[in-house]
Design a protein around this ligand. Structure first.
Ligand code: AMP
Length: 306
């Protein structure tokens, strides 16, 4: 099944306690499309870049067979730039700089060849633009969306309108509490689901993720083995792995939703092992499935036998 990805394509400056990169490929759509490309039959990208966007980065998308018909190249300015700094607690980061550049007037136009997309990933952009994407597509089967505190604080009404049109929202724990106005995570999850999405995933940074659906709650473990080098893109890689798997299998059963959460965690765990999207450039199938099994074994509990 084909997968439509909409979001930011960026250059990032990143500082972590382990090193620094002045300018490296980033953006939510970048991480989602690279990670989902390991599963989905076809990944179609919608975004915008500026006149400074490097040929080698175009080549990277092409090497992963990501279709760029929907990538606008706006020669009037530079690509969106974001700079962040992490401290030893890698769950928190400071934004040091945001230069919207051509992203400021981003108007997502869905090419005709993408309009029959069955699976859609709405990366973290202004909620009204996410809605605009949904207005242009025919009849998607499953729509997943990411958002952030910035939009909860500054565009709540439009965020709530978009929430009515999606199937799964993926946010972190502080965002879920803020959106619901409720400190208890279980109660917050019910309140957020009542806003529209049938399913909700709450990410808890390095502590795993919770999937809330109509009838169950599934807790995915965190992966304790790897050294986290640069957390940038972990959330988007989670979304890409998850939706890539769902589109590949075209199976939305509760069992397969659980698998998708683990594939999301697998791709996020690879992402953080190196700076930027470096580790996502050429993973092997074996690496991906081996790590899936490691995740599975982490929380496998035998029957009590009583
Ligand atoms: P994540 O670490 O998964 O939350 O996403 C990191 C990516 O988000 C970085 O590569 C940034 O380029 C991108 N990003 C940062 N701020 C924004 C923003 N305001 N809108 C869209 N993308 C952003």
């Amino acid at each position: 099944m084909s997968l439509l990805v909409v979001g930011s394509v960026a250059y990032d400056g990143i500082e972590t306690p382990f090193g620094e990169k002045e300018r490296i490929l980033g953006g939510s759509a970048t991480y989602i499309s690279l990670t989902s490309s390991y599963f989905a039959e076809q990944v179609n990208l919608v975004g915008v870049v500026g006149k400074d966007f490097a040929d080698e980065d175009i080549e990277l998308f092409k090497s992963r067979k990501v279709d760029l018909t929907g990538l606008q190249i706006d020669l009037s300015g530079n690509t969106f730039f974001w700079k962040g700094k992490y401290h030893y607690d890698l769950n928190n980061r400071d934004t040091l700089d945001t230069q919207l550049n051509v992203f400021e007037h981003f108007d997502p136009v869905i090419p005709d060849s993408y309009k029959n997309a069955t699976y859609i990933a709405l990366g973290n952009i202004e909620p009204s633009l996410q809605l605009k994407v949904l207005d242009q597509v025919e009849k998607p089967k499953f729509v997943v969306m990411d958002t952030m505190n910035f939009w909860i604080d500054g565009a709540l009404d439009s965020l709530k309108n978009t929430l009515k049109k999606i199937d799964l929202l993926v946010i972190n724990d502080s965002e879920a509490r803020e959106l619901a106005g409720e400190p208890n995570l279980l109660k917050a999850a019910e309140l957020v689901r009542a806003m529209g999405p049938q399913s909700l995933i709450i990410k808890k940074g390095e502590h795993g993720a919770l999937l809330f659906t109509e009838n169950e709650i599934f807790s995915a473990p965190a992966y304790p083995v790897i050294d986290i080098f640069d957390p940038t893109g972990a959330g988007d890689s989670f979304l890409g792995g998850l939706l890539g798997w769902l589109s590949y299998t075209d199976d939305l059963s509760p069992q397969n939703m659980r698998r998708s959460v683990i594939f999301g965690s697998v791709m996020a765990s690879f992402c953080v092992e190196k700076f930027g999207p470096e580790r996502l450039k050429n993973l092997s199938e074996k690496e991906i499935y081996d790590r899936y099994r490691e995740f599975r074994d982490l929380s496998f509990v035998p029957e009590v036998g009583l």
